[in-house]
Design a protein. Sequence first.
Lengths: 329, 245
Amino acid sequence: MERILTSRIRWALLGVLLVGVFASIRIATGTVTDIALPNKLQDLLTLTFSIIIESLPFILLGVFVAIIIRVWVPDALTARLPKNGVIRRLYISCLGVFLPVCECGNLPLARGLIAKGFSPAESLTFLLAAPILNPITLITTHQAFQADTHVLISRALGALAIANVIGWLYSAYRKPDRMLTEQFLATCTSDEPHTHGRTGRSLTLLGKELGAILPALLVGALVAGLIQVLVPRDILTSLGGSPVLSILAMMLLAFIVSICSNVDAFFALAFSSSFSVGSLVSFLVFGPMIDLKMLNMMRTTYKTWVLLQVTALVALMSLALGLAVNYAF
Amino acid sequence: MRFRWLNDYWQGTILGLCLIVVSLWMGLTGKLSLYIHPRYIAFTLIMSSLALVVLLAAFWKKTGHAKITARTTLPGLLLGIVCAGLVISLLISKPVPLTSATATQRGINSGALDPDAQLDTLTMQLPHSNDYSQLTVREWASLLGQTADVSFFRDKRADVTGFISPASGNSDVFFVSRFIVSCCAVDARPVGVPVYAPDWRKTYTPDQWVRVKGVFAPIKGAMSEVAITPETVTTIDQPEDPYAF
């Protein structure tokens, strides 16, 4: 008993030491470091760090909820969902109501749901719908576009339809496990250490999930930052006058900017004077589902061919939605 | 070829601890608003503190003590090295806001009107209808986007603060500019007010923070465009909140 306690204290001290070293370096360099980097390189770092810091708390929340569902929630609870595929997916599309975070927080949760028994198709339905069909996103969209109620309605219904169509399409795939990466499947099937009980299993999962998702976030943020620095944004915004190109331009902007779905409506509002309503709706539907940062994070779970297909399908349906909104309003 | 690198557990734990420490340090020193909107600061601090406690509890429970490294491929090793480079940069670099390079690249005042700064609303908010000097860079930029009527701006007084961004196409003009941020620096939109000051590069440099007082007048040689003709240009320190939220 005494040996176990000594060993634990030693490990706890290692953790505190690591935190102390990181904190000391950060405090020491916070005021001293003043290396004059070229503006472009400096902005690349600022943009990359901005994505990382903005996403981090949402990812932590998503990982915590995923672990709670995976380890602490009884299996019977997830089995209570309707058996009929269409109705079941409709339910799943609305699960975001209980977790109103942006898309990056939903990925760890989707991984947890798969581990708990959701099919990959159902996890895609959740992943695509939840960032939009949640109270915070819907309220901010309403606040931003109070005068244009059809933006809110088109966004909500559009997201619901696209997420369910994707789920329906992939539910027909006969070997669903082949949609998932080997690394992720290994984490679902491997025997977690049960020696520490559920608390120990939760703590192990926390480290493993962060190990899978944080590298993808860092690289995704770097790529998104690089493209932002290298691609002049005014090329995209100059396309506002064309009915089709304006939709494509706003979708490309959403893909590059990788902005959080909870506030993207305020960002889109700034383009309302020069872009069509349809292009704004496409921006608001496509962006939370597919963007540079998110795709890189999704690669930890879904195979590349699945992501390419889903990206193409969501893009086409978002484009069609934008055109329909332009035609209707 | 196979290499050895930190396994998933330790990679996640170390990256997590590092990012959490950086977030907490930025939050406690007021630097987070250089990267994210202030509305997220409390959430970031709460989640980071909670995660720090849980990760330290994992050390106490020795959940990852068995193995620290695992075999990996060359792409896996390169990914690890890129991540290590990024977190080291986060640990040692001085937090700074976006520069004039991004303002120029994104296009100052390019097609994005500020919905909170409509002409009628602003005019109603002004206590004295002639006192336009209270308007900020953001509000002037919105007005400049709403009307091209030179007579509206002529002789109106301005008192604005921002960083200098060069104007493309006219070397005698610079912008007093700010970034408007909705969520994080990634969505920052540059707005600015033009200032007509021939040979300004002899005295000032891009990215320098200045306070400009003066009156609007048509630009010489481009009478359909207006700019502030400065009475005073004072260099100032970068404010604690360089972005407009």
